[in-house]
Design a protein around this ligand. Sequence first.
Ligand code: SF4
Length: 320
Amino acid sequence: MAGEHGCGRPRVAVSRCLLGEPVRHNGNHSRARYLTDELAPFVDWVPICPEMEIGLGTPRESLRLVRSPGGPRLVGRGSGLDHTPAMTALAAERSAGLDADGYVFKSKSPSCGIHGIPLYAGEASLDRHNRGLFAGAVIDDHPLLPVEDEGRLNDAVLREAFTERIFAHARLRELLRSDWRPRDLVDFQSRHKMQLLAHSTEGYRETGRVAAGAGTRPRAELAEAYETAFRTALAVRSTVGRNVNVLQHCLGMLGNELDPVRRADLAEVIASYAVRRVALSVPIALLRHHARSEAATYVQNQTYFLPYPDELGLRNHVVG
Ligand code: SF4
């Protein structure tokens, strides 16, 4: 654990304009600072601009979604040119070949938006409950892929949740693409116990059940079943209550290693986190410190304590 988050680099698909590339319809970009300045050193991007990839240059006419009997269509705002067939074909192709641990989409785009996209009938906007044509197809094909838009990533809780998931997906991807043995999967499950429990007790049990079958099922079948169970568990939002349970569990495992004063200190800090007086980073830092100084290896090795690089500073917010 010491200084190592123990995972490789997530591969993150991203709307190209968010990386500062001038591919928007008006020739501009939509650089997202969290991505380019903070996350970039730790991930590999898979930049995708669907409108450029279907052959629309920049600058270009802006597009919008319009109502039609067969579902929303993507058309030119002024010309009415219908780009739906090209965009649908591109989405199918890109989605089938998508090799990514997460996807950050550009908000408010009729191609890339993941929610709140207006649907038009003539000049009237009917509702704003739609996804962009490209993004919607990718999400339908990859329901367990962590996805966000750059606007939602401004929210500290959503940012932390997304980042945690992409690093977890990357760790599992790296394992399953290596020459892994059944015991490696059991070890992976063991190292993720606390992290899984912070999301879902049920998810922890299910992943444990699948991992326990390592060595008795064909590798490919086992890998697929574990991947689905692991991703499903992490898709459940972690809560303060579940984190408190995990922290207390870890405190229990440190057990008699700690003298009564330090135990009481830790219990107090966990209680402060439970009532939202301190950020999660505070009890985590203290537990890590004690686990290291007491050489409590099992606790130290839990990915829960370092699910992504510390430099991202994502657990420093106090949950409201
Ligand atoms: Fe391209 Fe999507 Fe950005 Fe539009 S929102 S410029 S389609 S990447």
